[in-house]
Every structure is written in C-alpha cells, then in structure tokens.
Design a protein around this ligand. Structure first.
Ligand code: PAF
Length: 283
C-alpha cells in the first residue's frame, strides 16, 4: 500500500514494465462485487494492476454525504490481496490536494442532465481527480463500471479531448439476484429499504420492455417506468430524483427513440441515493 504520489512514481519507474500493460482501477474504496469485477478484468488484461482507494472530497456536493461515505480500508486491502492486485494507492487528501486546486476539468454539456443536473460540480470533481490519478499512475488502461454511465461517458470524452494515451475499459454492471445494482451505498440501507431498492431496476427494465415492444415515445416509456416506481413500496416510499431517457452518446434527452438510448434513474431510498441505468440498442 502506498500513500505517497512520489513512492508510486518511483515504483513505477523501477518496475521496468515498458513491455507490460499497466491497468488502473480507480475507486473510492468500500470495495464490493462490482469493483471485484473491474479488478478481475484488469488482472486478466494487464501485467501490473494498480487500485486507487481515495474518497475524493472534490466530487461531493454535500458534506453529509462525504461524511457518511463508507470507509472500509482493511476489508478493501484484503480484497485487493485476494484478487492479486500489485499496487494499492491509498493517499491522504492532503497528499492529493496539497493546496486547494485552482484548475479543474470543465466537463461541458455531458454534465447537464441526469446526475449532473442534481449534483452541481460533481462531475468536475470526478473528472479532475481521474485526470490526477491518470497522471500519478500513468496507466495504459483504466477500468470503470457501466453503472456510473454518465461518469464513464465523461471520462471517455475527457480522454479523447485531452489526447490521453489511455484505453478506457467499460465493465458491465454487477447485480444482486433481485436486480439491484451492486454499490457501496447499498450497505447504508436498512432491511426494509434494501427490500424496496430493486424497484429502480424493475422500473428501468419495464422501460426497456416497452421499447422492445415498439414504443418510441420517450414520455410514454418514462411514464411506464414511473408507474413501477410509484406502485412499488408502500412502507418505504422512493423519492425519484430523475428518470430520463437520453441519447447513449451525447446524454441529451430524446423525445422519440430512434437510436441507442440510456434509460437512467436516481432514487432516494430513505436517506440513501441510488442510481442505475440500462442501455437500449434498438433491434
Ligand atoms: O466511481 C468512483 O468510485 C469515483 O467517482 C472515482 C472514479 C473513483 C473518482 O473518484
């Protein structure tokens, strides 16, 4: 485990891995089955696997959320060891941000909708830390989950716009048996909330089903998904933050579905915010 940027840089140089592929799995810790999938994929494809564990204050718009974010360093290290990770980079905030940053990554229109609309500055913080982590670890490949589809789209675009010599690898969402997308936040749910939480995926699946039956009016597809959510859980009401149907590439809302779209939603289950999405490629 390394806490210092300098140590990672020196280690990187000493590894003499010019002929090996270095893979980075950026995380905020609280590792779960979704992260394990990213790490396994990186392990299969890369000679050296680096996992970063850093709860990035810059991407939290809400201080309570930052304070509540689960921190499980010992378990994270054990998982990394079990999965054969070569380097764990777990810096302190003061190491990553020795001074408040003046410069950050402006992510433009890709952050206008979905989570970006409700979490001002969030994706600026994400893109900025990911760019910094790319600089520190200098990976050839970096692994991200499809569950955070907007994050993934922004990172892909940043990588292209800044000519970063890094391949962004997308890994499909890992789900529990009842469909709930695996997330670090799931452990904040009480048993009742946990029972209600899969409704989000059920709503997205219903929207997907309507599209597969030929419905092309986005507002009707959305309405069908919203009906699933509103009828889902009498004991734990779900508060829908957004449920949108957006172009899969630009992430801008569509009225009629004529090309691949992402159906994405965020709901509050009690005081925990969950997100999920599905990609629909028309047949
Ligand atoms: O997806 C996450 O865990 C974070 O947003 C990331 C990419 C590690 C940046 O802090």
């Amino acid at each position: 485990v390394f806490e210092l940027i300098d140590t990672v840089a020196r280690l990187r140089a000493s590894l003499k891995v010019s002929d090996l592929v270095r893979g980075l799995v950026p995380t905020m810790g609280a590792l779960h089955a979704g992260h394990a999938e990213l790490i396994r994929r990186a392990r299969r494809e890369c000679g050296v696997v680096v996992v970063s564990l850093f709860v990035n204050p810059l991407q939290f718009d809400n201080q309570d959320d930052l304070a509540r974010y689960p921190r499980t360093l010992d378990a994270d290290l054990a998982m990394c060891r079990d999965l054969g990770v070569d380097i764990v980079f777990a810096p302190q905030a003061g190491e990553v941000y020795p001074q408040p940053p003046e410069c950050s990554v402006d992510v433009g229109r890709l952050a206008d909708h979905l989570c970006g609309k409700f979490r001002p500055g969030h994706f600026r913080g994400v893109a900025t830390i990911v760019l910094k982590l790319f600089q520190m670890a200098q990976p050839h490949r970096a692994y991200f989950g499809e569950k955070d589809a907007q994050q993934l789209a922004i990172i892909k675009r940043m990588t292209a716009d800044f000519n970063l010599p890094i391949e962004i690898v997308e890994v499909v969402t890992v789900r529990e048996a009842d469909g709930l997308a695996v997330s670090s936040r799931n452990r904040l749910l009480n048993p009742e909330e946990r029972k209600a939480a899969p409704s989000l995926y059920r709503a997205l699946a219903e929207a997907e089903r309507r599209l597969s039956l030929g419905e092309r009016d986005a507002s009707l597809v959305r309405e069908a998904a919203m009906n699933v959510l509103s009828g889902s859980s009498p004991t734990v009401p779900l508060k829908v933050e957004y449920l949108e149907i957006v172009d899969a590439g630009t992430l801008q809302p569509v009225n009629r579905v004529t090309r691949p779209v992402r159906i994405a939603g965020a709901v509050w289950v009690g005081s925990t915010r969950l997100i999920d999405n599905v990609l629909c490629v028309l047949s």
